[in-house]
Design a protein around this ligand. Structure first.
Ligand code: CP
Ligand code: NVA
Length: 303
């Protein structure tokens, strides 16, 4: 039984499918103006130590649509930013809130919130992973391709938080996952060992072979939040690791996804981005539905 969403590999395949099915249902209900106040009277705290557009808006709007409310807690304003320990913050907030979504740097801080707190904790992105994004991504792929099992899911670029969550979510869904990344920017080694044992994972620096026959192509920025100082070096490291027409030509007529924000001309050309804009913005919208599903699964009383 899910208590938190800290990283996708904590879920069973059935739990993951359950979230996607509920997300589809909530999306259908929203489109047909069927309101269900599953979280009436509840409050979600949203701790941010990094910037956000999609994550902040989708969680805040999601809570509102579910009958609850959300509090934006920037580390610039709360005592956490002045050094109050995570374990004290967890114990205080657990007595006032019904759940916490946190976006921060260290995965350990998210795990510590769950250890010391007594309410559901949701990972809204760390340097290690971005589980909420990949739930929305898998939901979007199902919408376009009907099912996930057996599809080739290729990520091109940095072996970063997105790559890690794509490996975890893709493998749990029975997809063939391929990561095309430079040798010095590979995804988390321990996660890859788990993925090699559990399913079909390929990691290669040859992006054309990673993309060959792919059903889904995914990419993300070369310099993530917190790596702004390395941007120039990274531009050199990732030169050529781009989703462009040549790369698309070897795929199986793949759909293209991007977690956003995108840097056109770096990890993706404007042409490919705009040709796949419907998929990419459906994906962005699905953050709302997928996160509502996560919150209902974790926070609904008497479930
Ligand atoms: N994709 C994503 O998480 O976007 P934000 O950084 O805007 O939340
Ligand atoms: N890898 C990016 C993802 C943003 C949603 C970052 O961490 O900045």
């Amino acid at each position: 039984m899910m208590k938190h969403l800290l990283k996708l590999q904590d879920l069973t395949p059935d739990e993951l499918t359950g979230i996607l099915n509920l997300a589809d249902q909530l999306k259908y209900e929203k489109k047909h103006n069927i309101a269900h106040e599953h979280l009436k009277g509840q409050t979600l705290g949203m701790i941010f130590t990094k910037s956000s557009t999609r994550t902040r808006v989708s969680f805040e709007v999601g809570m509102y649509q579910l009958g609850g409310s959300a509090l934006f807690l920037s580390d610039k304003d709360i005592q956490l930013g002045r050094g109050e320990p995570i374990k004290d913050t967890a114990r205080v907030l657990s007595r006032m809130l019904d759940g916490i979504m946190i976006r921060t740097f260290a995965q350990q801080d998210v795990e510590d919130l769950a250890t010391y707190g007594s309410i559901p904790i949701i990972n809204g992105l760390t340097d290690y992973c971005h589980p909420c994004q990949v739930l929305a991504d898998l939901m979007t792929i199902r919408e376009y391709k009907q099912s996930l099992k057996g599809l080739k899911f290729t990520f091109i670029g940095d072996g970063n938080n997105m790559a890690n969550s794509i490996i975890a979510g893709g493998i749990l869904s029975g997809m063939k996952v391929a990561i095309g990344c430079p040798d010095n920017h590979r995804p988390d080694e321990k996660l890859c060992e788990w993925a090699y044992k559990s399913g079909d994972l390929t990691i290669t620096s040859d992006i054309m072979s990673a993309a060959e026959g792919a059903d889904v192509i995914y990419t993300d920025v070369w310099a993530s939040m917190g790596q702004e100082g390395e941007a120039e070096q990274r531009r050199k490291d990732f030169a050529g690791y781009q989703v462009n027409d040549k790369l698309m030509s070897v795929t199986n007529n793949a759909m293209v996804l991007h977690c956003l924000p995108a840097h056109r001309g770096e990890e993706i050309t404007d042409e490919v981005f705009e040709a796949h804009a419907n998929e990419i913005f459906d994906e962005a919208e699905n953050r709302l539905h997928a996160e509502k599903a996560v919150m209902v699964k974790l926070m609904k009383k008497g479930k």
